[in-house]
Design a protein around this ligand. Sequence first.
Ligand SMILES: NC(=O)c1ccc[n+]([C@@H]2O[C@H](COP(=O)([O-])OP(=O)(O)OC[C@H]3O[C@@H](n4cnc5c(N)ncnc54)[C@H](O)[C@@H]3O)[C@@H](O)[C@H]2O)c1
Length: 291
Amino acid sequence: MIQISKELRVRIVGIGKVGSGIVETFAQCGFTVYGVDTDKKQIDNALNSIDSDLKKLLEKEKITDAEKDLILSRIRFGTDLGLIRDADVVVEAILEDIQAKKELFKTIDHLVVSKEALILTNTSSLSVTDIAAATERPEQVAGMHFFNPVPVMKLVEVVRGVLTSKETVSLVKQLAITMGKTPIVSADSPGFIVNRLLNALVVEATRIVAENVGSIEDVDIGARLGCGHPMGPFELLDYLNALPLVLDVTDYMADGLGERFRMPAWVREMVKKDNGDSIACGRFYDRKPSS
Ligand SMILES: NC(=O)c1ccc[n+]([C@@H]2O[C@H](COP(=O)([O-])OP(=O)(O)OC[C@H]3O[C@@H](n4cnc5c(N)ncnc54)[C@H](O)[C@@H]3O)[C@@H](O)[C@H]2O)c1
């Protein structure tokens, strides 16, 4: 069994919005970490995003110039999946698509030499058990679900697939703690714990607007001042800037847990109009549902 230490070779596959934050957080915590993506542009994006985050820490005097350089020196990016061959820990953060994840896990299983390596998925909702079944070591596969922005958000959800071993769950919890995060453990159920809580709120908020019970602004003010939430649900969705992903996740949860998680038509229209482009999409404060 591997021992959790900062000497572990950590490899992240998929360095989009969340994967780049995972790379940054591991590097800030002292791990040497490689990030792999099939899209070369995402490597530039990840480098820019990490550099800009570190500059902010520098400006706030939370790190020194030397520490910034040290953190950057721990990171290596590439498009060749062969970079993960020597991994002790792989964290997958590619698109939220079960077939793509299963294909990738099969490849990772063949590529990674160490028989003790942990192979983890950052999926927001999909079945860890199904993903693990694509490998010949399902007991070493678990969910390690980070939250966006990863360097800031303190939570990690550790998801236990049906065949995930107790040792693996314990190692992933230790790994999260070593990164300064607080782990919680969830069984393998659509949306796990946090997205189940969050999406119940978000979907209800969109229904309140669809039924003309209250406006987007008033729902957000109500959540902030009446429920003590730091952000209203629409402000949060704007902040996450990932409405197409939220729609996919809630549809998956509705299929597994019931229609209470299904987003109403006006939200689907917003995503369709933007052709699923998550950058242009989902600015609730720029547009309103048609009545
Ligand atoms: N966005 C969020 O707020 C959030 C939060 C927590 C978890 N997640 C989960 O994290 C995962 C990634 O989400 P995201 O928002 O960062 O997506 P994203 O679209 O920003 O990034 C996905 C990246 O994966 C790359 N990719 C796709 N297929 C690949 C492959 N086979 N090999 C290597 N790279 C590949 C893409 O080029 C892209 O850079 C999803 O499973 C999502 O559910 C997202």
